[in-house]
Write a protein that binds this ligand. Structure first.
Ligand code: FO1
Length: 321
């Protein structure tokens, strides 16, 4: 890291695929434990008697280099004999648990049943997998995203996997959010006077980032933090790189543009990172009072991820001024 870095902690708010890719990019800058990745837990659910935490797991597998790049979730080099047997016996098989992935769900469920917290079991697993960054859930309390549609509310995984994101969304509810306590290390790091940056990764604003921002006292803690807040657009040239963000924006009556995402986050942000494909929206972002940075945000290679991470930290330093 260049001399310009103040050596303080860096927080990345992360959901699934897009967030995990940038978390990997940041982790390749040798930040060690200075990097705190905070994962959304609104996607979590109980399934086949197991506690499933998809966004924690996407970040865990990506940071450990074990993730399946094609699917965007679960592990690479996976087997499906467990699921074949579940199907044979008439069990629920709409949500695919790989044979290796299953170990994580079983061990986490066992640890939680023994009274452990989600933070503790996440720390144990990430340490076992040799992950240097600190990965924590946004809260240790249960929060469950419900997707509201014209035909009623759907549990997140029913919307996302079982119904393949086809229902038209009208809104979202984060069940449990009012009583969920923000994770302790997360809140302590937000209050750290040496905090270098708070990065809103290019995850889905509605179902990955909003659950984190909706925690009690979170927006106030971010506003009071001594670090610039930088968001990376999850929309490039009108399309989400992965997932239903653009479709949700259209269904919520928003233009599915990078600028609309900047407007959606609004006053929370000091800086907003757009891809070259959205260069023409940079001035409009600036007119919101948000500093724009135009760079390559589409992360195909590992180098792309590290380069974007480096650009963001340099951008954060300039925003700090
Ligand atoms: N996403 C799917 O589209 N199909 C699946 O069968 C599926 C299984 C699955 C198992 C474990 C896990 O951690 C994630 C899984 N996901 C699956 C992704 C999951 O739906 C996430 O919520 C999304 O990645 C959105 O964050």
């Amino acid at each position: 890291m260049g001399s310009r870095e103040n050596g303080g902690p860096i927080i990345a708010l992360s959901g699934g695929v897009g967030g995990a890719k940038l978390a990997v990019g940041l982790s390749r800058l040798d930040l060690g434990e200075r990097l705190l990745v905070v994962a959304n837990v609104g996607d979590d659910f109980e399934h086949l008697g197991l506690t499933i935490c998809p966004d924690l797991d996407s970040n865990t597998y990506a940071l450990a280099g074990l993730n399946d790049e094609e699917k965007g979730w679960g592990r690479a080099d996976e087997g499906w004999r467990f699921m074949d047997a579940v199907g044979e016996m008439g069990g629920e098989n709409w949500f695919n648990l790989g044979d290796r992935d299953l170990a994580l769900h079983v061990l986490r469920t066992q640890a939680l049943a023994a009274g452990g917290s989600l933070s503790n079991v996440t720390a144990t697993i990430t340490k076992q997998l040799g992950i240097k960054a600190k990965l924590v859930p946004m809260t240790d309390d249960p929060v469950r995203t419900m997707v509201q549609t014209a035909d009623g509310a759907l549990a997140f995984q029913h919307y996302f996997v079982r119904d393949r994101c086809e229902p038209v969304v009208t809104g979202f509810e984060f069940k449990g959010i009012a009583t969920a306590m923000p994770q302790a290390d997360f809140m302590a790091t937000l209050a750290d006077p040496h905090l270098q940056a708070i990065i809103v990764t290019p995850s889905n604003p509605f179902v990955s980032i909003d659950p984190i921002l909706s925690l009690t006292g979170m927006r106030e803690a971010i506003a009071a933090a001594k670090a610039p807040v930088i968001a990376v657009s999850p929309i490039v040239a009108g399309l989400a790189i992965k997932g239903p963000a653009a479709k949700m924006m259209a269904e919520l009556g928003m233009p599915s543009t990078a600028l609309a995402v900047a407007e959606y986050y609004g006053g929370l942000l000091d800086g907003f990172v757009l891809d070259h494909g959205d260069q023409d929206q940079a001035d409009a972002v600036a007119s919101l009072g948000i500093e724009p940075l135009v760079t390559k945000t589409v992360m195909q290679s590992l180098d792309d991820r590290a380069n974007l991470a480096r650009d963001i930290l340099a951008f954060a330093e300039s925003c700090r001024g």
